[in-house]
Structures are given as C-alpha cells and as structure tokens.
Design a protein around this ligand. Structure first.
Ligand SMILES: NC(=O)c1ccc[n+]([C@@H]2O[C@H](COP(=O)([O-])OP(=O)(O)OC[C@H]3O[C@@H](n4cnc5c(N)ncnc54)[C@H](OP(=O)(O)O)[C@@H]3O)[C@@H](O)[C@H]2O)c1
Length: 246
C-alpha cells in the first residue's frame, strides 16, 4: 500500500481516526497536510508520523467557518503543489433525544459534519479533477441506520452519504473517485464531547460491552481504498466491530 509521491489533505487530523489516517498515509510515503483546530494536538500527530522528512505539515482550519475551510484547502494545495487525496474527516457527535436536544448543538453538527464536508469537497474538486484524485468522506453507520438519541447526527451523516453519491456520479467521468467510509464504534474522543450525561454514560456502556475498533483499523481501510489502482473505486465501505449488531 504505497503512497510515495502522493499529496494528501486530511481534515480533522488532530485526534482519533484522522490522526491515524495521517500517520498511515505518511508511513506509506505520502506528503500530508494535517488540518484541524487544536494546534498542540496537530503538532503531536506531526511528530508521531513516520515517512519522508517533513512528511506532515500541520494546518489550522475550522470547517464550520466556510472561509477557513476554503482557504485551508487552497493553502494545502499550495504547500503540496496539488492534491491527490482529500479526506473529509472532521466531525462532532452531540447526540441527545430530540426532546432533550439543544438546537445550538444541532447547528454545530450540521455546520461541522455536513456543511464543512460540502465546502471542503467543493474547494478541493478543481485540484482532484486535475490529479484524477480521490475524495474520502468519513460517514458512519449512522449514515445508513438512524437510532433513537442520535437523530441529528444521523441526519448529518445521511446527508454526507447523499451528497457523496451524487458527487460520485458527477465526477466519475473525470476520473475522480469518491469513497464513503462508514465506521461503527471506534475508540476515540468523539463521545467525550457529549453534553448530555445520560448519553455519555450510554456511549461508555455500549463501548465497554464489545471490542470496538481502533482508529488504526479504520485508517488501514482508508489506506487500502486510496491505494487501489486508478480504475478501481471502493465507493462505500461499512466497517463495524465484529460484535456490533446495529
Ligand atoms: N468514533 C466513532 O465511533 C465514529 C464512528 C463513525 C464515524 N465517526 C466519524 O469519524 C470522524 C472522526 O471522529 P473521531 O471518532 O476520530 O473523533 P475525534 O477524535 O473527536 O476526532 C474528531 C476530529 O474532527 C476535528 N474537528 C471537529 N470539529 C472541527 C472543525 N470545526 N474544524 C476542523 N476540524 C474539526 C477534530 O479536530 P479539532 O478538535 O482539533 O478541530 C478532530 O481531529 C468524525 O466525522 C466522526 O463522525 C466516528
């Protein structure tokens, strides 16, 4: 799984799945711009990543801010001299039942998970068309199945899938691959941001009952997808822990 000479932007690279993807890409020989809002965590990821000297460049970017998302993509393309792979991985999960929800949290999820993905994708397209590149969208099992307590999160991930399938049809003739990755439960910081104590306890209990995925399990899957020959497009990858039922 060789990425020598490939130029990648990973958005949402400061922890969890995005950090693991960054390390996997750099370890496979890619040059990577690792983007997110927390500079200390991006510096840690940059220091951990193996690969060619200065393989990873940290970049501050907030996908919930359209101007930041768009200028970040332009800056990454400038630093790398183009883009072969762009990973839309930034996301927040602020689950609660609809009745107990704070609409401000709905807005944050929509701005980050859905609109952020739209703006980054749109800004990246000219670069990906030029390189006949690959766009990876981190969706979720919640992009396929909606569950009580995670309606708005699921709505954002269903939205990512709907957008990505339409985009795939539009850009396939130009040689651009769109890959949706739909992980089940992964051991990351995602549930630590839940403001509802009952949902936090539920997430911890569910994660404790089974052997969940490690971020590197997902990163390896993404690395596999982006290193297929150009005529092979893995459009949709659902990857659950073996014991996860739904
Ligand atoms: N963990 C799971 O079980 C699971 C399952 C299915 C799908 N996913 C999806 O996987 C993706 C990564 O999540 P994770 O589980 O690895 O959790 P995580 O460790 O909390 O990582 C989330 C990443 O998103 C970034 N991010 C959040 N808001 C952002 C913003 N406004 N602008 C830029 N970056 C932002 C964070 O960086 P900063 O905070 O530094 O900005 C961080 O790098 C998400 O899209 C999530 O929905 C996770």
């Amino acid at each position: 799984m060789d990425m020598t000479g490939r130029r990648a932007l990973v958005v949402g690279a400061s922890s969890g799945i995005g950090a693991a993807i960054t390390e996997a890409f750099a370890g496979a020989g890619a040059r990577v711009v690792a983007a997110g809002r927390r500079s200390d965590r991006l510096d840690e990821v940059t220091a951990r990543a193996a690969g060619p000297a200065r393989a990873v460049t940290p970049m501050l970017l907030d996908v919930a801010d359209e101007a930041s998302a768009r200028s970040g993509v332009a800056a990454a393309a400038e630093i790398l001299g183009g883009l072969d792979v762009v990973v839309n991985n930034a996301g927040v999960m602020l689950s609660a039942t609809v009745q107990d929800s704070d609409p401000a949290e709905w807005e944050r999820m929509v701005r980050t998970n859905l609109l952020g993905t739209l703006h980054v994708s749109h800004a990246a397209l000219p670069h990906l068309v030029a390189s006949r590149g690959t766009l990876v969208q981190t969706s979720s099992t919640s992009g396929r199945v909606s569950s009580a307590g995670s309606g708005v999160y699921a709505a954002t991930k269903h939205g990512v899938n709907a957008f990505s399938e339409a985009l795939r049809q539009e850009v396939a003739p130009q040689g651009v691959r769109v890959v949706m990755v739909e992980p089940g439960m992964v051991d990351t910081e995602l549930s630590e941001h839940l403001s509802d104590p009952a949902m936090r306890a539920l997430a911890a209990r569910m994660a404790g009952e089974i052997r969940v995925l490690d971020p590197y399990d997902v990163a390896e899957t993404v690395l596999f997808a982006v290193t297929r020959p150009p005529h092979v497009s893995l459009n949709e990858i659902l990857v659950r822990p073996t014991e996860q039922v739904r």
